[in-house]
Design a protein around this ligand. Structure first.
Ligand SMILES: *Cc1c(COP(=O)(O)O)cnc(C)c1O
Length: 231
């Protein structure tokens, strides 16, 4: 299947899930997660009208996106990966949205960079929804304080973001993120990936982040315990 056929199929599945949930499909932004994929794989999607893209590494995004954006100035770049505070200025300079804001030190660094550059990408606060040690995101108990801090620092908080635990039913975690958003007066929900985006849409996702279902599998990397798809 060609990239534009895959895109049409994914958009169709999003639209069907939205309709079932009595939602407007226009309220769901499809973020095409293009990390690890070269410009040649991304261009056909731009040509087919896709405008929101996700990358998880600042350096990789810096290498690929200026040239891609040149003919498509309305393309929007979402940084979806863990962000080090020392990359905050680069992230603010380049991104239209930052999805993994999860701690005070990062909020401070982003606010400082936004003030200096007079540029304010929208921010999603990442929640460690399954309380997993190895995952980024703030603890659920710390979320209200983090939201308050982000608002005080004038970060444009657009929503909450999560990555549910692997190999388990995602729906309860999506529902929990939606509840946390409601409880805190937040409307955006960045949740749902290739394997579970329809579930996420039915539970209220406003941004789904889809990589492999659009681009095919990412390269496999060797780890101390075996092999896995590159994150
Ligand atoms: C890679 C990645 C995705 C996309 O994952 P797929 O399973 O390939 O759709 C979504 N969100 C984040 C944060 C990612 O790092």
């Amino acid at each position: 299947m060609h990239a534009d056929d895959r895109l049409a199929a994914i958009r169709d599945r999003i639209a069907r899930a939205a309709k079932l949930a009595r939602r407007d499909t226009a309220d769901v932004t499809l973020i095409a997660v293009s990390k690890t994929h070269p410009a040649e794989a991304i261009e056909p999607l731009l040509a087919a009208g896709q405008r929101d893209f996700g990358e998880n590494r600042v350096q990789e995004a810096q290498a690929k996106w200026p040239a891609l954006k040149d003919p498509y100035p309305d393309a929007r770049l979402h940084l979806i990966g863990q962000l080090q505070s020392n990359k905050a200025a680069d992230a603010v300079a380049m991104a239209d949205a930052i999805h993994a804001v999860d701690r005070s030190s990062l909020i401070t660094a982003l606010a400082k960079a936004m003030d200096a550059q007079d540029r304010r990408p929208t921010c999603f606060l990442q929640v460690n929804i399954g309380a997993e040690e190895q995952k980024g995101g703030c603890a659920i108990a710390d979320l209200p304080a983090l939201i308050a801090e982000a608002r005080t620092a004038d970060l444009p908080v657009a929503g909450l973001m999560c990555l549910p635990p692997a190999d388990t039913e995602a729906a309860p975690y999506f529902a929990l993120l939606a509840k946390l958003a409601r409880d805190n007066g937040i409307t955006g929900l960045s949740m749902g990936m290739s394997d579970d985006f329809e579930t996420a849409v039915m539970i209220g996702a406003t941004h789904v982040r889809i990589g492999s279902a659009l681009f095919g599998d990412r390269p496999v990397v060797r780890t101390p315990t075996g092999f896995r798809k590159r994150a």
